[in-house]
Unconditional design. Sequence first.
Length: 451
Amino acid sequence: MEENQTITSFVDMLYDVHIDNSKLYYYAELPHGHQRSMPLTQFVYEFFLFNSLYKVNWLESYDKGYLVYHPETDSETKQQQEFLKFIKCYAKKQPKHFYRAFEHLGCIPKIEGDWTNVVPDARISTEDGNRFFKKVRELQELIESSDDPDCFPVSKENFKLIKDATHYIYMVRDNIFHGSKTMGEIQDTNQKCRIEVYESVLKGITSLFFLAVGKNMIASDFVPCPVILNDSDVIGERPIWEALSSGIMKIGDTRLITKFKKLNPVPKHPPTEKSALFYPSAGNDILTPLLLGLPYCSQFYFYEACRRRFPRITTILRSINGFESANNTSERRRPNIFWQRRDNVDILEFKYNNIPRVLHWVHANNTDFLNKDVELSFYFHRGDSWGEGGSGQVWDSGLLPALKSKISLNGDCMYISDGEPGGLDPQQVQSFNVLNFPFLERNRTYLYGVL
Ligand SMILES: C[S@@+](CC[C@H](N)C(=O)[O-])C[C@H]1O[C@@H](n2cnc3c(N)ncnc32)[C@H](O)[C@@H]1O
């Protein structure tokens, strides 16, 4: 019993590191916010974790009931291979967990382009780098094309791919720890992107281990992917973490945006002056619908009965390419986007893609929106309820006809809703699809389509 606890407490201690690292607790507090101590922080932590895990002979430990380490005479590579054998055994029984551990690779931009060309050194050749990124790209494509996680192929080839990738990452780690990479090289943008891929693969491997030993929540579930607005406007990890920590975005939203964008090509025509997004009972939840609605809307109506402090969105918008001040006569390096308080509305005016946009955070009853002179082009709704501060208004069923009357005669209205409260009335929507994120903490499911 005591020996078993040794395994349990060792696993729990490393699991805490795994989760803390995925939530970026290792950040430096700065006077104007926080940021990663350095680009390598998460990668290094994840490697320490991996290193501590592969030192243990898990098959034998679980068999004997206490921690058994590999003999020190075993090479690191051999120990890593034994570790991979352990998680492979588990993945074969639970293919969907293999998929889940690496699902985040399917949400990041395609692993291709000049940035994947490594700078060769004494340990790593250009060919080694090319081979690694080709293999991870194959895994990424496999994840992207998989419809059913339960049938995900946990084949010999796929594990060979992980084995080769692990060895390559180990060589990279050697370079970093032995000082073959200078600080300048590590700060290079392409190098940062490559390190993010190494970190993502490692996170997949450690996540699979923690699923194998019975943990429910894993780091891979948290990894936010960059949001690609268009070729030149990409929102990186830092503003996304800022949005998550200030409550204007929810964990998993980057995946929601990526999936929705993949499924719905950008409309051919730019939004008109009156085309509007509506989100009843919005709270502070404004960034994700704004990013989703940009191709469709120039007016963004967020209804929230309670007036609160301004959501911390302005610095984030200022940092994204494509966002400009509403009257950008003398455009500064950072566009001047700021909140204005008018009666019961807080307003943000800005331009995106040269089109003027207005975000209205309205502190009134949701139903007030029905009197607005707008053309409804995007309807977003989630987190509302019958009680617990929710509106108790059935926007997805009883109120849907009134909402539909706001759509312009020859226009469409995209919608995404969790259907709460009251469910989505199938009579009222021509067809709807399901967007499901089964691995997120609250197992979010959305219905989406065209009204
Ligand atoms: C449970 S919170 C959800 C907030 C947000 N949808 C989210 O998922 O984070 C519901 C919010 O709806 C607001 N609310 C409730 N009834 C409302 C009404 N009739 N009109 C406008 N807002 C309302 C509440 O003040 C509360 O902030």
